[in-house]
Design a protein around this ligand. Structure first.
Ligand SMILES: [Zn+2]
Length: 118
């Protein structure tokens, strides 16, 4: 992995941690689940690696990070088939390259679990 990629993931993890901290409204976060699309260009391993460092000193400091990887899929404009697109250049089995990407480029916080207020 190049140094450039590290910086890319680091800034992504920073914004995820910011969003989750805001959503937690001052409570400690126990667990955060995020979804990373296979075509998002984000390496789940790099996110997992950056997370403890970024989370230090935030409400997510003690949080467990769960990462779900979302397989990419698209629907063909020509034949209507839904097909997997394991990489960005995959065409429909019918040969068409005109399609709508359905999923695989997302980077979402799926859920966070916070400490209950005492
Ligand atoms: Zn097709």
């Amino acid at each position: 992995m190049s140094k450039g990629d590290d910086v890319h993931e680091l800034s992504i993890v920073c914004s995820i941690v910011d969003l989750a901290s805001e959503a937690a409204e001052g409570r400690a976060v126990r667990r955060m689940t995020i979804e990373i699309g296979k075509l998002s260009g984000v390496e789940p391993e790099a996110v997992a690696f950056c997370f403890p460092e970024v989370a230090r000193g935030t409400p997510l400091e003690e949080a467990t990070l769960d990462i779900g990887v979302v397989d990419a899929a698209a629907r063909c404009d020509v034949c209507g088939a839904e097909f997997a697109t394991p990489d960005i250049l995959t065409a429909c089995p019918c040969g068409s390259r005109q399609f709508q990407r359905l999923r695989g480029e997302e980077l979402n916080i799926k859920s966070i679990e916070v400490e209950e207020a005492a």
